[in-house]
Design a protein around this ligand. Structure first.
Ligand code: SAH
Length: 347
């Protein structure tokens, strides 16, 4: 069982006042501090006990890979119970950074084309381990003053299915919103589409109003089931109903829903399936499609859709006046691109 940081602190300081946690969090998200001794707001004795007893980050960084273009970094982390997971820092169009955080070690969803799915689920990441990915990258940048310093976006698109780790993901997002300068539109959660959890967030008063992207991958129920095996009966119909509920309860100009659609050559990239998607999206309250050219995963039979097929697919959607974007592949040379996160056993 993972003992979270707050519980560990309470073990050493049972009578600690609540405001101390606020002081600690403030110091945690100020990238210039790198140890408990730098938390100047705490009493000396507390600092030295914490320094001896509780590690500054909830995991250890084993390695950081950098892509040839130097626009993507992948960190490998070892948890206190000896497990490994990854997190990615990528340059974005604004000349700032987006971090791609993991929410679980491995994943139980088994999407047929995704590397993480082949690992199975090892365990959920605790909210400390999620927020510490931000803290790690923030410190990483501070130590490299020549790099741009600002992390402007966070996407929950690393290892794992965030809605399968609902509470830890929710708590981590609420902490990030409180202690960093990021607003809710700068954080995006991507889900395979777990309908009960999606239903739950609609009426959860503590649900942070971050952006949501749904990994659709096909607007044909059978085809989706084939590539996303967790697809429940009538998924597409239920998803459309949910999207309207979402729009009614939480939607506004800033909280539009997005579909993600990984294009796999000759699997889900045909003109017929593009037409089907164009017909489907109008039944939903989703206003944008982000296509992701498939990133190869070792041992999988799938191929990336050729650029002409990607363009043809996008053009069909555009002919229907649908807002389509294409995700730029980053970090493929260090296996840091979408769907390539899986721990190499040799580390
Ligand atoms: N579990 C979440 C986050 C997954 S990663 C989800 O399912 O949404 C973010 C996106 O990358 C998802 O849309 C996922 O389906 C997609 N993806 C997975 N493997 C991929 C691959 N090999 N190439 C391109 N995209 C991939």
């Amino acid at each position: 069982m993972y003992i979270n940081r707050e519980q560990s602190i309470l073990k050493f300081f049972p009578g600690i006042k609540r405001f101390r946690f606020d002081q600690i969090n403030k110091a945690f998200f100020d990238g210039t501090r790198s140890s408990w001794n730098d938390v100047t707001t705490l009493p000396k004795t507390m600092k030295s006990t914490l320094d001896k007893q509780i590690s500054w980050l909830s995991f250890e960084n084993k390695k950081v890979y950098v892509s040839k273009k130097q626009d993507t970094y992948k960190g490998i982390f070892k948890t206190q119970d000896g497990q490994f997971f990854e997190s990615v820092l990528m340059a974005n169009r604004k000349g700032q950074w987006t971090i791609c955080v993991s929410s679980q070690i491995g994943c139980a969803m088994r999407c047929t084309f995704c590397a993480t799915g082949t690992m199975g689920l090892k365990r959920n990441l605790h909210s400390d381990e999620i927020i510490d990915q931000y803290r790690f990258w923030q410190q990483f940048l501070v130590e490299r003053p020549k790099l741009p310093q600002r992390i402007s976006n966070i996407v929950f698109m690393g290892m794992g299915e965030p809605l399968a780790n609902y509470d830890n993901v929710k708590n981590s997002i609420n902490t990030l919103l409180k202690y960093t300068d990021l607003g809710p539109t700068k954080i995006m959660l991507s889900t395979v589409g777990i309908l009960p959890q999606m239903q739950k967030l609609l009426t959860d008063p503590d649900w942070p109003k971050v952006r949501i992207a749904i990994s659709l991958h096909s607007a044909n129920q059978e085809k989706r089931k084939e590539i996303v095996p967790t697809t429940v009966p009538d998924f597409l119909k239920k998803l459309a109903v949910w999207s309207h509920e979402y729009q009614r309860l939480l939607g506004n100009r800033n909280h539009k829903l997005t579909f993600e659609y990984t294009l796999i050559s000759h699997v889900n990239d045909t003109p017929e399936l593009a037409q089907k998607l164009a017909k489907y999206i109008v039944k939903t309250a989703v206003s944008k499609i982000n296509v992701i050219p498939y990133n190869p995963v070792k041992g999988k039979i799938f191929n990336r859709a050729e650029q002409e097929r990607v363009d043809a697919f996008k053009n069909i959607l555009r002919d229907h006046n649908i807002n389509v974007t294409e995700r730029t592949t980053m970090g493929a040379d260090i296996d840091a691109a979408c769907g390539q996160l899986a721990i190499d056993a040799t580390i």
